[in-house]
Design a protein around this ligand. Structure first.
Ligand SMILES: *[C@@H]1O[C@H](CO)[C@@H](O)[C@H](O)[C@H]1NC(C)=O
Ligand SMILES: *[C@@H]1O[C@H](CO)[C@@H](O)[C@H](O)[C@H]1NC(C)=O
Ligand SMILES: *[C@@H]1O[C@H](CO)[C@@H](O)[C@H](O)[C@H]1NC(C)=O
Ligand SMILES: *[C@@H]1O[C@H](CO)[C@@H](O)[C@H](O)[C@H]1NC(C)=O
Ligand SMILES: *[C@@H]1O[C@H](CO)[C@@H](O)[C@H](O)[C@H]1NC(C)=O
Length: 365
């Protein structure tokens, strides 16, 4: 059954989150394999699920946690050079919150979307925020905080596998619909336009970003036009590997979709074809200074979490310095065997031109 495959993958998400104790991997697999689609209609029962301990079958552990399903818990925190260091909260359908803030409708607006089990204080938003504020071009940077829908309360690692599937199936649509509605409100208030919008998401946040793009394009006032750019930073793999277009980030989601792969096949999605352009830094699987995922002991336990987070550093660096990438067959790229004499080069990351197509390789330290 398909769920068993999910179970194995999710147990690794669990491990990556927890650096876990012995036995937790099996327990995670048992938890996930016991979830059915019907469970998602019965939130309370899912959260109260009793889980047999693998070691001592007599005992059970009752999961009981809160994961918000309230769209109002999705928060929008504005940063720009004018309010440097101190966020200003922008509120959906509240023009006063915009007028009181340092938001500038003339400037482009960039949304940053974090992933699973994190919030706006996590490395992805903080690293990218710092880089954007150092950039010469002014932006309205909006950090989306969906922490209450991404991390259960209490945040015990034992809940991570169940929480991951709940976040994928339930939270992600709530979050991308709210961000899309927020953009709809911004456009109606003349605070932005499709051409001025860019969404950057990491891991599950990349799939949220794709959903925002699709939803905004589906609004009647968009008349089929899409927002300018969606950037996927190592889009999450578990539960997404086999999903079709429309249920994960793809090139259909914006005028330009650029995707960066750093932990393909572990925590990251393994196809190198979902974006208009797919970047394969350092071979796309295993980043410098991180454990090799094929290592039978350390690699399994770590399951790519270091490489998965490395993408944030690469993208942040691209805002202030140049990475020249070389068009290359992914078969060669994954082996770090792209020809040195490269016929087609582009700038990777933030300055990547929207006309770029294909698959590109570059190296970093
Ligand atoms: C869940 O949230 C409700 C309302 O805030 C609270 O009463 C309850 O104790 C919480 N449950 C857990 C397990 O934290
Ligand atoms: C936000 O404003 C729109 C347009 O006025 C309205 O249709 C929608 O119901 C409002 N949503 C909320 C949650 O207030
Ligand atoms: C993010 O989560 C951390 C750890 O749970 C917490 O200390 C911090 O206050 C949270 N940040 C926000 C903005 O909620
Ligand atoms: C937005 O701009 C359009 C065109 O200039 C104008 O017709 C409309 O009234 C403006 N809307 C708001 C809410 O200011
Ligand atoms: C670069 O272009 C030349 C001439 O068109 C071609 O012979 C060569 O194979 C190309 N190299 C690569 C790496 O694609």
């Amino acid at each position: 059954m398909q769920m068993i495959g999910f179970a194995v993958q999710l147990s690794f998400v669990f491990l990556a989150v927890s650096k876990a104790e012995a036995g937790t991997e099996r327990r995670a697999a048992i938890i996930i394999s016991s979830i059915t689609d019907d469970d998602f209609d019965n939130d309370i029962e899912l959260r109260k699920r009793e889980v047999p301990e693998p070691e001592a079958q007599i005992q059970t552990t009752t999961l009981l946690f809160n994961l918000s399903k309230n769209a109002d818990d999705v928060r929008f925190l504005l940063y720009n050079k004018r309010n440097l260091g101190v966020s200003q909260e922008l509120r959906y359908n509240d023009t006063e919150s915009f007028k009181k803030s340092s938001f500038n409708p003339q400037e482009k607006t960039v949304f940053l979307i974090h992933g699973f089990w994190t919030n706006s204080s996590s490395p992805m938003p903080t690293t990218l925020k710092k880089a954007f504020l150092e950039a010469s071009v002014p932006f309205n940077l909006i950090v989306v905080d969906w922490g209450l829908l991404s991390k259960p309360e209490p945040p015990k690692v034992l809940y991570a596998p169940v929480a991951y599937s709940m976040v994928v199936k339930r939270s992600i649509p709530i979050v991308y619909n709210r961000i899309a509605d927020f953009i709809r409100f911004m456009r109606a208030s003349n605070y932005t336009s499709l051409k001025k919008l860019k969404i950057i998401g990491h891991s599950l946040g990349a799939h949220v970003a794709g959903g925002v793009g699709r939803t905004v394009a589906s609004f009647p006032e968009s008349k089929g036009r899409k927002l300018a750019r969606v950037t996927g930073l190592d889009p999450a793999g578990p539960l997404f590997q086999k999903l079709p277009v429309g249920q994960k980030i793809t090139k259909d989601d914006a005028e330009f979709v650029d995707i960066y792969h750093t932990a393909a096949g572990t925590l990251g999605i393994s196809a190198f074809t979902d974006g208009h352009v797919n970047f394969i830094p350092n071979g796309g699987h295993h980043q410098p200074g991180c454990v090799d995922p094929t290592n039978p002991v350390l690699g399994e336990a770590e399951f790519g979490s270091c490489s998965h987070n490395f993408v944030t550093k690469i993208y942040a660096a691209s805002i202030t310095r140049s990475f020249l990438a070389c068009e290359c067959d992914p078969e060669l790229a994954i082996k770090n065997e792209c020809p040195v004499n490269c016929n087609v080069t582009v700038l990777a990351g933030e300055p990547c031109p929207a006309s770029t197509r294909g698959q590109y390789y570059f190296e970093t330290t």
